[in-house]
Design a protein around this ligand. Structure first.
Ligand SMILES: [Zn+2]
Ligand SMILES: [Zn+2]
Length: 253
């Protein structure tokens, strides 16, 4: 599903997004959280990133699939790298003789025991363990952003906004951050534990929360009508300067 579900292209929702400004690259109306992908040459709703491995964007409609794919892959690789590693030895040698490090530090002993073909197969379990650590890092990275109600590209924008606001005596507040629990509920589009079990732990094709164009805060207010300065809180009364827009180069990422 992560590979086959389109991320949600802005060009398919122009009838709902006609009041928003035009993209300088593709001339499509860009609702909030929509960004232009330079690889796909299209504006993507709630753009997160362009996945090089799958050669398509991760956005509003497939972000959950991408995240769950990484979670399940990490669990699978971890299982293969630990239990599979052990079971393979027992199946071939009748006992659990070698540790994970033996394949690096005692390669000839392991080769002698397994033979070249089985040695290569055996090494795949080590590769699975390495991949699982990489995937766990990726899952934690995305999990942190989901917890804060931001996407990968918004993380960059928010860093820039935060610097600008700090210089001008404002405190930047992310308007799409609904709080830790609510952010996860919105991301998975579940409201109860039962829904979480049925729609997250089990495969589910349910759609994400909302339409990717209209965004509301935790009070149900439409954030699309707010201007950027309203999402910032004054911390210093000495200055009355509104923050500048982020760099143009960042806007069209
Ligand atoms: Zn565009
Ligand atoms: Zn893309």
């Amino acid at each position: 599903m992560a590979s086959t579900t389109p991320p949600g292209l802005a060009k398919d929702y122009q009838n709902l997004a006609s009041q928003y400004p035009l993209c300088k690259k593709c001339s499509m109306h860009k609702p909030p959280r929509t960004h232009h992908c330079r690889w796909c040459d299209a504006c993507v709703l709630k753009f997160d990133h362009h996945c090089i491995c799958k050669q398509h964007c991760v956005g509003f409609y497939n972000h959950r699939y991408f995240f769950q794919f990484c979670c399940f892959m990490a669990i699978g690789c971890m299982y293969a790298g630990t239990m599979g590693f052990r079971e393979y030895q027992i199946a071939r040698l009748g006992e659990h003789r070698f540790s994970h490090l033996d394949i690096f530090f005692k390669p000839f002993i392991v080769l002698n025991a397994f033979g070249i073909i089985n040695y290569i197969t055996y090494s795949i379990f080590i590769a699975a363990l390495v991949v699982s650590f990489l995937l766990i890092t990726l899952v934690c990275w995305h999990g942190r952003m989901i917890s804060r109600g931001i996407t990968s590209v918004e993380r960059l924008f928010n860093q820039d906004y935060t610097k600008q606001c700090t210089k001008q005596g404002f405190l930047f507040v992310n308007p799409y951050d609904l709080g830790l629990v609510e952010n996860w509920k919105q991301f998975f589009n579940v409201r109860t534990i039962g829904e979480f079990i049925r729609h997250v732990l089990w495969p589910s094709t349910h759609l994400p929360s909302g339409n990717g164009i209209i965004w509301t805060n935790c009070n149900g207010q439409n954030l699309n009508k707010q201007t950027k300065p309203s999402s910032q809180t004054r911390t210093d009364s000495k200055q009355d300067i509104q923050p500048k827009e982020p760099m143009e180069s960042m806007k069209d990422r």
